[in-house]
Design a protein around this ligand. Structure first.
Ligand code: AMP
Length: 417
């Protein structure tokens, strides 16, 4: 074993998997750019306060943050998510609304590593600031849905809920507090701690002793104001109009504290339940204000790249594929010919690789084979003297000798036909 390994919860994404990651982001960008979203690239590191404003009852903020004091004595943190950064950016730059942005990149959470849960993990996401319209909620959810379709996933389900207006939510939280406090010691110790901070999060508990009390807990729907109820209805009407199936899940609360009104989660059909949340999001109408900006409604989602790719593996879609090379140049007359030929081929848009170290014909042909290239382009003594090349199809067919000047035209034609 070498001395250094990746730290717990951190991974190298090796080829060809890394190519799949790049295509994943590209597909996402295609889907959301077609809807008018543009990319925001926030820094990986922010003032700690940007994230503590998210709320102090979440593990993400209280236990899992990679925070430290930098050499300028600032309290900073590696971002655990990107919504807070987007809102900080909005408050800082005050762009015109609606501001429709997307992002992709790594986040950091000091979690217990396991399959589908890492300490550095990538997300792609969108956020829209400045629009209250429930039709925007519909658009945002529909884009997530469309992205999963574009990947080829068919077993994703959509769970939907509304946390009501802030006042509704506050009354609901009090009702929950009363309800769970009545359970007293019967509640798990962990949930009693959570209860003191945020009764909503007790609904998230998967611990056995808590289940009967979660079952009998008050329902958020009974606390909606007329406005919140109308907004939620409109979102559901919109989703039905787009034929997007969903389930209203009254106990869905989502991890972070800043959500209000619409919240949703996409669940994978194949992963076990602890890791089956592929992504989620919701409205967070107070977050920009909490970060020092003007009162601004916002909504968005973040989708986990790792878990979505695990779901793709399980469903047998969106495979990792090594890029297909057109040509592998085998040069047994010193290597300079290969330098010129590969450069010419690449400039003409034909992918090409080569062997090095002036190895034998046999050794280079082995490399050509292993490379998966469609053609070996061979320059031996004879071809070198004649100004020709041999083109050998690697997956069956006869080899031909052609003038070197015709190489690009020949391969372009063959690969296009
Ligand atoms: P959240 O920001 O917690 O709402 O998470 C959104 C999505 O990001 C989740 O549904 C997961 O797919 C993914 N995610 C969150 N935390 C992790 C993690 N530690 N490792 C891998 N994926 C994660």
């Amino acid at each position: 074993m070498p001395e250094f390994q990746t730290s717990p919860g951190m991974r190298d994404i090796l080829p060809p998997e890394s190519g799949r990651w790049r295509r994943f982001t590209a597909v996402f960008a295609d889907v959301v750019e077609a809807a008018g979203y543009q990319q925001l690239i926030p820094p990986l590191l922010e003032d700690l306060g940007v994230f503590t404003r998210i709320g102090d009852a979440t593990d993400v903020v209280t236990k899992e943050m990679y925070d430290f004091v930098d050499k300028g004595k600032r309290r900073v943190a590696l971002r655990p998510e990107q919504t807070a950064s987007v809102c900080r950016s909005f408050a800082q730059h005050r762009p015109t609304v609606p501001w429709k942005v997307f992002y992709s990149g790594p986040n950091f959470r000091y979690e217990k590593p396991q399959r589908g849960r890492y300490r550095q993990f990538d997300q792609v996401g969108i956020e829209v600031l400045g629009v209250d319209d429930p039709m925007l909620d519909v658009e945002v959810i529909a884009l997530g849905w469309e992205f999963y379709r574009a990947l080829g996933l068919r077993q994703v389900t959509l769970q939907l809920n509304s946390l009501g207006e802030p006042d509704d939510r506050a009354r609901y939280v009090e009702a929950l507090r009363t309800h769970f406090e009545a359970a007293g010691e019967q509640l798990s110790e962990q949930s009693r701690i959570t209860l003191a901070k945020n009764p909503l999060r007790v609904l998230d508990s998967k611990r056995e002793p808590d289940q009967p009390f979660i079952e009998s807990a008050p329902q958020i729907a009974d606390f909606y104001s007329d406005e919140a109820a109308a907004h939620f209805d409109a979102v559901q009407v919109g989703l039905r109009a787009l034929d997007i199936p969903f389930v209203v899940e009254p106990k869905l609360v989502r991890g972070l504290d800043y959500y209000r009104r619409t919240i949703f989660e996409f669940l994978g059909g194949t992963l076990d339940s602890a890791q089956n949340a592929l992504g989620g999001g919701g409205r967070y109408d107070g977050l920009v204000e909490a970060l020092g900006g003007p009162a601004t409604p916002g909504i968005g989602f973040a989708l986990g790249v790792d878990r979505t790719l695990i779901a793709c593996d399980d469903e047998g879609c969106f495979d990792a594929e090594a890029p297909q090379l057109v040509a592998f140049v085998v040069d047994v007359v010193g290597g300079l010919e290969a330098a010129v030929l590969t450069t010419d081929l690449r400039a003409a848009g034909l992918s090409a690789d080569r062997g090095y170290d002036n190895r034998s014909m046999k050794a280079q042909m082995k490399l050509a084979n292993r490379s998966g290239a469609s053609f070996a382009v061979i320059v031996g003594e004879q071809e070198h003297a004649d100004g020709t090349v041999v083109i050998k199809p690697m997956h069956g067919g006869d080899q031909v000798t052609i003038p070197r000047s015709e190489l690009i035209a020949h391969l372009s034609e063959t690969t296009n036909s």
